[in-house]
Write a protein that binds this ligand. Sequence first.
Ligand code: AMP
Ligand code: MG
Length: 408
Amino acid sequence: MGFDTSGLLPLSDALQGMLEQLACCCDSEQQPLPEGLGRVLASDIASPLAVPPFDNSAMDGYAVRLADLASGTPLIMAGKAFAGQPYQGEWPAGHCVRIMTGAPVPAGTDAVVMQEETQADGDRITFLAQPEPGQNIRRTGSDIGKGACVLQAGTRLTPREMPLLASLGIATVPVRRPLKVAIFSTGDELKPVGTPLAHGDIYDSNRYGVRAMLARLGCDCLDLGIIPDDPAQLRAAFIRADEEADVLITTGGVSVGEADFTKQLLDELGEIGFWKLAIKPGKPFAFGRLPRAWFFGLPGNPVSAMVTFDQLVQPALAKLAGQRFERPLQLQAIAAEPLKKSPGRLDFQRGIMSQGPNGLEVRSTGSQDSAVFSSLSQANCYIVLERERGRVAVGETVTVEPFGGLLL
Ligand code: AMP
Ligand code: MG
């Protein structure tokens, strides 16, 4: 074949190797509930209440005792129960109580009959159906028992958890402080946006991608800008990042041509491994320890930087932040067009999946060159092609991984 891939490290081995070394490094603190959004729970949340806290009606209708209905004669309405205004009067035999959704059911209620199954003639209510015992009553604690664990430590709070916590009367939440991540881009050719380009220059785009992903993950970002390929400046940037952050993420300078340069520096400061990953895009990758901070060196090619962050750095940061990380969803789809692929690496091609007449189908975004931004910006999923797989013909089944919250 002429192309030796035997020394390439499988993605799963790289991930496992990193995760084994990492542990949560973020202390916990109490935060008011609204400020907890996007933070990671530091401990389990046990419900201080039973939910619902009292037996209540699931319908607008009438609270009845089954014994009163046995004769089949209409019942007289004794009074009304509203949400927040329980019925407190007498409830003589042969009577029912008008009741609204969420109102506490009066003591002795066997069932609530929904309004649509009754006929009212003034105060005389005729029941058209015989209710089952307990019908339309939400029992105390039937949703959540007092003391039950409602959310586990490691859960990242989203808008979905906010009303749940509020429903339990929880005003402050135990959360972890955000992970602090320093970033910089390396390369003499890089210029910041908003400045003119000389011949041979390009804009530094990676930093904007990495910053955006860190924001999605709820990390605090220390942006150290662009550092030229100069040992003294690189050294100073590594030392500053190590002093001020939990993690340093850089892009560029880890490929074969440049690794020696960075490697010398990092060997002196910490313990870093330079890996060749068996994935495409994103072969070169560095991981290790500075005196205090963890270090992730992403490839300079923009698409490679994004994909390696998503696949490798994201789960690592989650572990450092104390967050439970769930493996991304993978689905099967039909290739709607041929896909180029050579055996040797696990491909994360960028695809567009859509609902076809025969189920989920997927197309390529076109050129899969790791410098082509449109391959990522137009995509809504990865097409994950197994390491030993070759070209894919139309109609073959492939695995797709819809983009998760990090990239949406
Ligand atoms: P490197 O890994 O430093 O050898 O870079 C590989 C390729 O990615 C080169 O074409 C670089 O110009 C490009 N590159 C590196 N860093 C960035 C960046 N921050 N933004 C855009 N392109 C970059
Ligand atoms: Mg470079």
